[in-house]
Design a protein around this ligand. Structure first.
Ligand code: FE2
Length: 367
């Protein structure tokens, strides 16, 4: 797009603030199939924090913990629990990107900052997003190292992820939960400040059960590389899953990260082998979907056996599955998605899924 003032090249990384980065790294490695590739900490001259970089396909997770008590990272964890702090976006020029969004009203948290080592130069800059979440622009054209200056590359010794890969390839979309009446504010923020467009809009009529409802707007950037759905709770008989998230995260934040795979059967089989728990859908869901979706060449018995969801729209269909929340607080979870033409988000699954999420929520005494 010629008038795209913020041509984002894609997701660069996602940084989580966690209580114990060493143990979190073990979980994302052994359970989710991410391989540790770089580390920063005392041994690299960083005195106040430790960060592990893990990679799978084009996805990079950075897990960061504080080494001192009176620290922004420690306070973030005290308030929110483990969660996503920064969404890293790849851009051609951090300076130009920051200037463009600043002119439109973005809150700059970190001006363009160049870092150098023997592998070249990396530039980053940060702006405020919902709650305590931030967007981090990253310019890495001139950097050849493992992740960033200040990080040591790690020797890859664990062969599990090579021998039995999970197969996650890229980040598909990142969903944010915001408070009641804030969805439109943030959708507008994406339009005005980031130059995104509204791709889809779901009302509480589309996404509701007997108990709870939510509204959602999907924002997409000019290059189509990044998609950010924004959810807000809607009036229901009982507390919605979005309210539950907001209560336990103590504010707006990232609800789930969806990751693409080219072979969802293989990915889910491997994740289940590694003890990742997924949301359960009732068997009646598959009777309903066989009729709704019809024959698209997928193996219905295998879909049902693995608990994979399916949805179809005018452009094609998609297969998806959702994990249980990834930490003790019922906040962040993950989605695995395989797209066959569909650019949607599984709207047809929302209702079936909600019933399932609410069952889990009721078990936690929060419904
Ligand atoms: Fe999703």
């Amino acid at each position: 797009m010629a008038d795209d003032f913020l041509p984002i090249k894609g997701y660069d990384h996602i940084e989580f603030y966690v209580g114990n980065a060493r143990q979190a790294a073990h979980f994302y490695d052994k359970a989710f199939g991410f391989t540790p590739i770089a580390k920063a900490g005392l041994e690299t001259g960083v005195r106040d924090r430790a960060s592990y970089v893990l990679s799978q396909g084009n996805i990079k997770f950075v897990l960061t913990t504080a080494l001192t008590p009176d620290h922004d990272i420690a306070r973030h964890c005290t308030l929110h629990g483990d969660g996503v702090k920064a969404i890293g976006l790849k851009v051609g020029s951090v300076e130009q990107s920051l200037a463009a969004v600043k002119e439109r009203g973005a809150t700059i948290l970190k001006p363009a900052t160049a870092m150098e080592d023997e592998h070249g130069q990396l530039v980053v800059g940060e702006i405020k997003y919902a709650g305590d979440t931030i967007f981090r622009f990253v310019e890495r054209e001139n950097y050849r190292g493992a992740f960033a200056p200040g990080y040591n590359a790690l020797e890859v010794t664990n062969s599990t992820n090579t021998d039995s890969p999970v197969g996650l390839a890229a980040v598909d979309h990142i969903v944010t939960n915001v408070h009641l009446n804030e969805m439109n504010y943030w959708a507008q923020w994406f339009e005005d400040i980031m130059g995104f467009k509204n791709l889809l809009h779901f009302t509480d009529e589309d996404i509701s059960t007997e108990y709870s409802a939510l509204m959602s707007k999907v924002m997409e950037n000019g290059t189509g590389k990044c998609k950010f759905p924004i959810n807000e709770p809607a009036e229901g008989k009982k507390k919605s899953q979005i309210d539950e998230y907001l209560d336990y995260y103590y504010g707006a934040g990232v609800q789930h990260i969806a990751m693409n795979t080219g072979d969802i059967y293989g990915t889910v089989t491997e994740l289940r082998k590694r003890n990742i728990d997924f949301l359960r859908v009732p068997d009646t869901y598959y009777d309903m979907m066989r009729e709704r979706v019809g024959d698209v060449g997928e193996d219905w018995d295998r879909l049902q056996e693995l608990g994979i969801l399916i949805d179809k729209d005018d452009d094609g269909y998609l297969l998806q599955i959702f994990t249980q929340t990834a930490q003790d607080r019922p906040t962040l979870f993950f989605e695995v998605i395989e797209r066959h033409g569909s650019r949607g988000f599984g709207i047809g699954n929302f209702k079936a899924l909600f019933i399932s999420i609410e069952k889990e929520q009721a078990l936690r005494g929060n419904l």
